[in-house]
Design a protein around this ligand. Structure first.
Ligand SMILES: [Zn+2]
Length: 243
């Protein structure tokens, strides 16, 4: 495949069910990592075609605009069926192909329990694809690649995070990225009252980010959970406060 030769490896890849998910869950962290010089990317599994407003093509155009604002080096969309996401062999293999193409070191997945079935299925598909991608014999036409670390974005999970990233300096840019989805969040909503207007969504996301920021003594934060132990080399340099 030609694409495999053209994409340079990513440092961080976030995998999500719908366009506009990462803008609400881990977009500040992606911006902050890009500002540090890392190559970041997002793989959306669906084009949000069950959304009441806008078409899948509109959502993909909006996702591309948001990608620029998130400072992403790469964004892909597998166009799996929205609201009917299933963890099939074909779905896993499609994600494996993308992981082998962009070769991320760190992968951010949705938390593994959620209200929306697409979110927990995206988490499961993403995890299994990360594992399978390391198996050479799975598909000998592409080079195996296994990400080193998997982080779960837990903003909507109501669980104690393993760590919180300070996104105080990135919050506004993340907000601008989210508002790229004008078909979803635009003030000119044809169904006013059904969808959150810009002010409402801003206030809601600020409250959530403020809550997590407060846990680490920062203004705004994004929470993550890891299933494995985090290695620490310097306990004096640990961030945050216990007392
Ligand atoms: Zn979603």
């Amino acid at each position: 495949m030609k694409e495999q030769e053209t994409v340079s490896p990513l440092d961080v890849l976030a995998i999500a069910a719908h366009p506009d998910d990462v803008e609400q869950t881990c977009g500040g962290t992606l911006i902050r990592m890009a500002e540090r010089g890392y190559r970041t990317g997002v793989l959306d599994l669906t084009a949000g075609d069950m959304g009441t407003r806008g078409t899948p093509d509109t959502r993909i155009e909006e996702a591309a605009a948001a990608a620029g604002r998130l400072l992403l080096a790469w964004r892909g969309n597998l166009r799996f069926p929205d609201a009917r996401l299933e963890n099939t062999l074909a779905a896993r293999m499609s994600v494996v192909a993308k992981i082998r193409e962009v070769r991320p070191h760190v992968v951010i997945l949705p938390y593994w329990t959620a209200r929306h079935p697409d979110h927990y299925r995206a988490s499961e598909i993403g995890f299994e694809a990360c594992f399978l991608s390391g198996l050479r014999k799975l598909d000998e036409r592409s080079e195996p690649h296994r990400p080193r670390k998997i982080l779960y974005s837990s903003v909507y999970a109501n669980v104690t995070p393993s760590f919180v990233v300070d996104i105080s300096a990135q919050f506004e840019r993340r907000m601008v990225a989210l508002l790229s989805y004008q078909s979803q969040y635009g003030a000119s909503a044809e169904a006013a009252g059904l969808f959150p207007a810009e002010d409402e969504i801003r206030e809601r996301l600020a409250a959530i980010a403020r809550f997590y920021g407060n846990l680490i003594g920062a203004r705004y934060g994004e929470p993550f959970v890891v299933k494995d132990a985090l290695r620490v080399d310097d306990i004096v340099a640990l961030g945050g406060r216990s007392l």
